[in-house]
Design a protein around this ligand. Structure first.
Ligand code: NAP
Length: 470
C-alpha cells in the first residue's frame, strides 16, 4: 500500500516489508517515509486544520458515520488485515474491527455533544453586568503515534476524536502493522473527509519521531506505546500538549468469596488475549490462600486447553508474538525467573514466534516478571493472606493502568476501588475489560491524560471564554 499525505496516496522508492509474524510471509510493502515527508504532511495539515475548523459539525458527523458504514462493509477485509500483519487471531481481529466501528460511531455522536456552559461572572464582586460562556475550539494539528497490538482500534481512537473536534492529524502507525491504519484512512477518505485533514506517514519511529513530535506547528502529541518511547517523546515534544497511553503489568485480586470459575475463565482470557500483547492484559494474580490450590489447578487446566497456532485458523485461541526477537525476550524473562527460584507450572519455551501460554508461581522479587511489563503470554500466581496484603503488593510497581478484583463482598470491592493505584478498576471482570466510551488511561508510568472518545475530545480541544460587559 502507499502512504497518505494530505489525503493523497504517496509512494517512495524505499520500502518497508510487512510480514506475517507466524511464517514471515510477505503481506505487502509500505513506503519508508522520511522526516521531509513528515514536514510536508504537517504543512498540508495546516490547511486541513483551517478546513475542519470551519466545517459545520453536522458535516463532520456525517463523514464519521459514513466511515463507520464503509468499515462495516469491509469488515472481513479489515479483520484479515489485522490478523495477517499482526498477532491477533481472526476471532480476536473481528472483535477489534467491531470495536473500531464503535469508536468511529461514538466519535460522530460525541461531536454533537462538545458543549460549553454559561459562566456566572457576576459571582465576583466588581464583575456585575457581565454575561458570557465558554465553548471548546479545536487545538490545531495533532501528531499521533500508535503501537502494533491494536493496529486498527487504537488508530481509530486517535483519528475519530481528532476529526470530531475539528482538528487535522498526522499519524505515524507502528512499522510492523501499518496496513490496518492505512485501510482506516482509506475508509475516511472514501467517506468524503477532505484530504488535507489526514496524513498517515509510514516509517520508523526512530527516524520520523523527532520531525513529528518536536515541530512547533503540532499543538498536541498523542502517543500510545511503551514507556521508553513515551519518555523520549515527552522530552522531544517541548511546549505542547501531550497525551500518553503507556504500558502496565496489571494486577487481579481473587478473594475466597468470589465465583471461582468465573474468575478463572476471565483471568485466562485476560492474560492470553492477543498473545498477552495487551496493555491491560492480566500479568499478576493475587489469590487468597484459602482458594489458592483450587484456583491454580483450574487456571493451569484451562490454560493448557488453549490452542496456539496460525492466526487465520478459526479454532486458534492464541496467535504468534509480533516478532522472534520479542518471543526470545519473553523466553529469557521466564528463564531468568526460573533460575532465580520461580516455579513454572505450564508453558515456558517457544517455537519461533509461537510462545505457549505460560503460568508461574513463587516469583522472586528480583525477577523482571515480578515488576516489569512482560507484554507476552505469561502470568504469575501469588498466594496472599488478606485483601490488604494483595492491594499492597498490587500497588508495589511503577505502573497503574487497570486493576481488578473478584469478590462477592461489597466492602472488599470498595476497599480495592479506594486503595488500588490505577486508572480503572474492574469488579468481577479481569483487567482486560474495556469499552471504548469509558475514560481510559493510567497513573504512575502508565500514562498521562485519558482516551475514550468523550475524554479524548476534551484533550483535543481547548475552552475559549467569551464575556460581554453590558
Ligand atoms: P513502542 O515500541 O513504544 O512503539 C509504539 C510506537 O512508537 C510505534 O509507532 C513506534 O514506531 C513509535 N516509536 C518508537 N520509538 C519512537 C521514537 N523515539 N520517537 C517517536 N516514535 C517512536 O511500543 P509497541 O511495541 O508498538 O507497543 C507495545 C507497548 O505499547 C506496550 O508497552 C503496551 O503496554 C503499550 N500500549 C499501551 C496502550 C494504552 O492505551 N495504554 C495500548 C496499547 C499498547 P516503530 O514501530 O517504527 O518502532
Amino acid at each position: 500500500m502507499k502512504m497518505i499525505i494530505g489525503g493523497l496516496w504517496v509512494d517512495k522508492d524505499r520500502k518497508i516489508e510487512v510480514r506475517n509474524p507466524y511464517d514471515f510471509s510477505l503481506v505487502d510493502t509500505v513506503p519508508q517515509g522520511s522526516p521531509e515527508d513528515i514536514k510536508q504532511a504537517i504543512a498540508v495539515a495546516g490547511k486541513g486544520y483551517e478546513i475542519n475548523r470551519e466545517m459545520p459539525v453536522h458535516r463532520r458527523i456525517s463523514i464519521l458515520k459514513k466511515t463507520a458504514e464503509i468499515m462495516q462493509g469491509r469488515f472481513e477485509e479489515l479483520a484479515e488485515t489485522i490478523a495477517t500483519e499482526g498477532s491477533k487471531t481472526i476471532r480476536e481481529a473481528r472483535k477489534e474491527v467491531g470495536r473500531a466501528i464503535n469508536t468511529i460511531t461514538i466519535s460522530a455522536e460525541e461531536a454533537r455533544r462538545l458543549n460549553g456552559e454559561t459562566l456566572p461572572f457576576d459571582s465576583a464582586e466588581g464583575s456585575e453586568n457581565r454575561i458570557g460562556y465558554y465553548y471548546r475550539f479545536p487545538i490545531g494539528i495533532i501528531g499521533a503515534i500508535t503501537p502494533f497490538n491494536d493496529p486498527l482500534n487504537l488508530v481509530a481512537h486517535k483519528l475519530g476524536p481528532a476529526i470530531a473536534g475539528g482538528n487535522s492529524i498526522v499519524l505515524k502507525p507502528a512499522t510492523v502493522t501499518p496496513l490496518s491504519a492505512l485501510k482506516l484512512g482509506q475508509c475516511l477518505l472514501d467517506a468524503g473527509l477532505p484530504g488535507e485533514i489526514l496524513s498517515i506517514v509510514t516509517g520508523y519511529g526512530s527516524e520520523l519521531g523527532e520531525a513529528l513530535v518536536s515541530d512547533e506547528r503540532i499543538r498536541m502529541v498523542t502517543f500510545t506505546g511503551g514507556v521508553e518511547a513515551g519518555q523520549k517523546i515527552a522530552h522531544m515534544a517541548g511546549l505542547k500538549k501531550i497525551g500518553m497511553e503507556l504500558g502496565s503489568n496489571s494486577p487481579v485480586i481473587v478473594l475466597d468469596d468470589c465465583d471461582l470459575n468465573k474468575a478463572v475463565n476471565s483471568c485466562v482470557s485476560g492474560a492470553f488475549w492477543a498473545a498477552g500483547q495487551n496493555c491491560i492484559g492480566v500479568q499478576r494474580i493475587y489469590i487468597h490462600q484459602k482458594i489458592y490450590d483450587e484456583f491454580r489447578r483450574k487456571f493451569v487446566h484451562r490454560t493448557q486447553q488453549y490452542k496456539t497456532g496460525f492466526q487465520l485458523d478459526e479454532d486458534t485461541d492464541m496467535g504468534p508474538m509480533i516478532s522472534e526477537q520479542e518471543a526470545l525476550r519473553v523466553e529469557q524473562w521466564v528463564k531468568e525467573a526460573v533460575d532465580k527460584g520461580a516455579r513454572l507450572l505450564t508453558g515456558g519455551s517457544r517455537r519461533g514466534t509461537l510462545f505457549p501460554p505460560t503460568v508461574l508461581e513463587q516469583m522472586p522479587k528480583e525477577a523482571k516478571l515480578d515488576c516489569q511489563e512482560v507484554f507476552g503470554p505469561v502470568v504469575t500466581l501469588y498466594r496472599v493472606d488478606s485483601l490488604q496484603e494483595a492491594v499492597e503488593k498490587a500497588n508495589a510497581v511503577e505502573y497503574g493502568l487497570h486493576g481488578a478484583i473478584f469478590t462477592s463482598n461489597l466492602n472488599h470491592a470498595f476497599y480495592a476501588v479506594k486503595h488500588m493505584e490505577v486508572g480503572g478498576i474492574m469488579v468481577n471482570d479481569s483487567t482486560d475489560y474495556r469499552v471504548d466510551l469509558m475514560p481510559f488511561g493510567g497513573v504512575k508510568k502508565s500514562g498521562l491524560g485519558r482516551e475514550g472518545i468523550r475524554f479524548a475530545l476534551q484533550e483535543m480541544t481547548e475552552p475559549k471564554v467569551v464575556c460581554f460587559n453590558l
